[in-house]
Ligand binder design. Sequence first.
Ligand SMILES: Nc1ncnc2c1ncn2[C@@H]1O[C@H](COP(=O)(O)OP(=O)(O)OP(=O)(O)O)[C@@H](O)[C@H]1O
Ligand SMILES: [Mg+2]
Length: 239
Amino acid sequence: MFPLRITGLRFQPNGRAVLDGLDLEVSGEGISVVLGPNGTGKTLLLRLLAGLLPADGGTIRWGEAASPSERLAMVFQQPMLLRMSVFTNVEFALRPQALTSAERHRRTNEVLERVGLAHRTGDCARLLSGGERQRLALARAWAMRPRLLLLDEPTASLDPSATEAVERIIREIRTEGAKVLMTTHNLGQATRLADDIIFLANGRVQEHESAQRFFARPQSPAARAFLQGELPWRIAFDH
Ligand SMILES: Nc1ncnc2c1ncn2[C@@H]1O[C@H](COP(=O)(O)OP(=O)(O)OP(=O)(O)O)[C@@H](O)[C@H]1O
Ligand SMILES: [Mg+2]
């Protein structure tokens, strides 16, 4: 289902163009991080890819096909958890898959162990802290063994140690062969995790570059302005 090729993607609620002919190609390996100012359509892009809402124009091609041939999973900024146990939140998500009950239980226990929630399996998911909820949401997505994992600001409002725990999980998921496409406002996180940066502004991809090159020398004026605004104490690009 890769490369994922997006051409001329448009989203214009009430005639206001949020995505205005966005072009993007994403490979099936590594972690791609979408950066950009508030309201530029980062979350929207992930939602369009997940098929959660229709675009107003343009095409999304998954390899040679019009829809993804393998599984994709999305984790939202505010994960939606069922008012059930931690265990059931994962196990329930696996029910549509053709797995035996024993295999479902095995996988559920395995991912909960790996995200450090094995001791909380019986607790109600709604009682978890923000960082624990995020780890549970990742475990649930991971258990589904997606080929593509879409993460929308997975560590927004988490403290440094919870952020580190989530980043470790994201790296492990990547290492196991899933493609990760994520957004973040944490530029430190982007430098730690990203293989490539997709910089979105004014309805389009302004720049798509290896993370190393993007942070060393952003090419587009919009990306320079963004980084200068976010990191005013560090950045003084030469022209
Ligand atoms: N389903 C929708 N219907 C109408 N407008 C929408 C819809 N989804 C998003 N928008 C609008 O599209 C714009 C982009 O929203 P989006 O949430 O993608 O921004 P973002 O880049 O994720 O911003 P942030 O950094 O604040 O998370 C916003 O102005 C939003 O109001
Ligand atoms: Mg967003």
